[in-house]
Design a protein around this ligand. Structure first.
Ligand SMILES: [Ca+2]
Length: 237
């Protein structure tokens, strides 16, 4: 009965489509603590620029996109920064593609530059990457801001900043997220390059060849042809 078979196939197809369309998107872990500011700022959120006569940095209840928000106020034009991660607690696999995002509402003057910033730091607290989101200014309602980066080789820990530079007025941040959008892509093996040579191991030429061809460089004696069959190239020096 072809009609019945077709009906069964269509039912099966509908079940499969329903299964996949109803499956929730995979959860993405937010690497930040207290991202919605529903708890006191300290100890996770740190005033990178302490309060003084030019600025305040505070958690304010019932002004957030939901619940509380972090509110940075420039009483005078200055650089006001709130951060998380200087304690080296945020460790992300190198080569990962990450996004820092937040919802922002502003009552700042037009001179203000409101940004999010990611810092990727090495084991000596050196900066390996420090991308910022496009700057926003003036007065606007809740708007999502974000910045992306690939965590560089050598990164030990990562920090997240919400900040405003110059201008006066208040800016509120809520629902900050630092998430891995894509794990590192495996690198394809380097093409095999056979080096038929008696170059010295500590010579500059050999050092440069190793940098250029990485693990693909295979050294062989000048008269050794056994490594050639699967090679992508041969150097005779
Ligand atoms: Ca909130």
């Amino acid at each position: 009965m072809p009609g019945r078979a077709l009906t069964l196939r269509l039912c099966l197809y509908a079940l499969v489509v329903a299964h996949f369309s109803e499956s929730p998107a995979p959860a993405v872990d937010n690497l930040l603590t207290n991202p919605a500011f529903e708890s006191p700022l300290a100890p996770c959120w740190e005033e990178r620029t302490p309060e003084d006569e030019t600025r305040t940095l505070r958690r304010v209840e019932e002004v957030g996109r939901d619940g509380s928000a972090a509110v940075l106020e420039n009483l005078q034009p200055c650089y006001t920064r709130l951060r998380q991660g200087a304690d080296r607690s945020i460790v992300i696999e190198r080569g990962s593609l990450v996004e820092l995002s937040a919802w922002v509402r502003s009552e700042m003057t037009d001179e203000a530059r409101i940004t999010l910033q990611i810092y990727c730091m090495d084991d000596k607290d050196g900066i390996l990457a420090q991308p910022r989101s496009p700057a926003m200014s003036g007065t606007f309602d809740w708007t999502r801001a974000s910045v992306w980066t690939i965590v560089p080789e050598g990164t030990l820990y990562t920090m997240a900043y919400v900040q405003v530079q110059e201008g006066t007025g208040k800016v509120a941040f809520d629902d900050v997220e630092l998430v891995v959008r894509q794990k590192p892509m495996p690198r394809p093996p380097a093409p095999k390059i056979v080096l038929l040579s008696d170059l010295l191991d500590d010579g500059l030429c050999l050092t440069n060849l190793k940098t250029l061809f990485e693990d693909g460089l295979v050294q062989a004696a000048p008269d050794d042809a056994s490594t050639l069959p699967d090679a992508s190239g041969v150097l005779v020096l």
